[in-house]
Write a protein that binds this ligand. Structure first.
Ligand code: ATP
Length: 149
């Protein structure tokens, strides 16, 4: 179905803004507009909420979450960057595995099933896109998502 990707991104950022504020995290979004796309709106919302929730969940108080969304000739590129705890090189290759949760000592106090990113990857791939994580422990995490228009 035809959707406006920029609007979906803005709406999800808006929904998660309250959660960020409660934690004292500054979340800001830079979204190019318009970005018309053929996609499943509900699945994309689920994808965005999962990735934004992780960025907020794994970032300590006073951190920053930055969302950048750009349109290219045949794709949209979304970058979600946080200043959080990061992911160790040992955990990084496994974060998309079902039920995998990073370093238990760090994640125990935060709820979660470890399904979020597995589902996120499934949604992205069903749309013919790609998702990638980059991280240096204690230097934050960056999620790159590319989706064809
Ligand atoms: P749930 O999906 O139920 O919220 P979860 O967050 O543990 O649980 P995923 O979203 O699949 O599960 O993430 C898998 C693991 O990847 C997490 O347990 C965490 O260790 C790591 N992770 C994901 N996003 C981030 C991030 N932005 N910063 C640091 N670690 C992250």
């Amino acid at each position: 179905k035809p959707v406006q990707f920029d609007r979906i991104v803005q709406e999800c950022v808006g929904k998660m803004q309250m959660l960020a504020e409660i934690k004292g995290i500054l979340m800001h979004a830079e979204v190019e507009s318009p970005i018309p796309m053929v996609a499943d709106e509900e699945r994309l919302q689920q994808l965005l909420v999962t990735v934004l929730d992780n960025a907020i969940k794994y970032t300590p108080d006073d951190g920053v979450v930055r969302v950048v969304c750009r349109k290219f000739a045949h794709s949209a590129q979304l970058e979600i960057e946080d200043t959080g705890i990061g992911i160790s090189p040992e955990d990084l290759p496994r974060v998309f595995d079902r039920f995998y949760r990073g370093d238990k000592s760090r994640t125990r106090q935060e709820g979660g099933t470890g399904l979020g990113l597995a589902i996120a990857k499934w949604v992205v791939e069903r749309h013919g896109g790609k998702i990638r994580l980059e991280s240096k422990r204690s230097n934050g995490t960056r999620v790159y998502i590319t989706l064809p228009l």
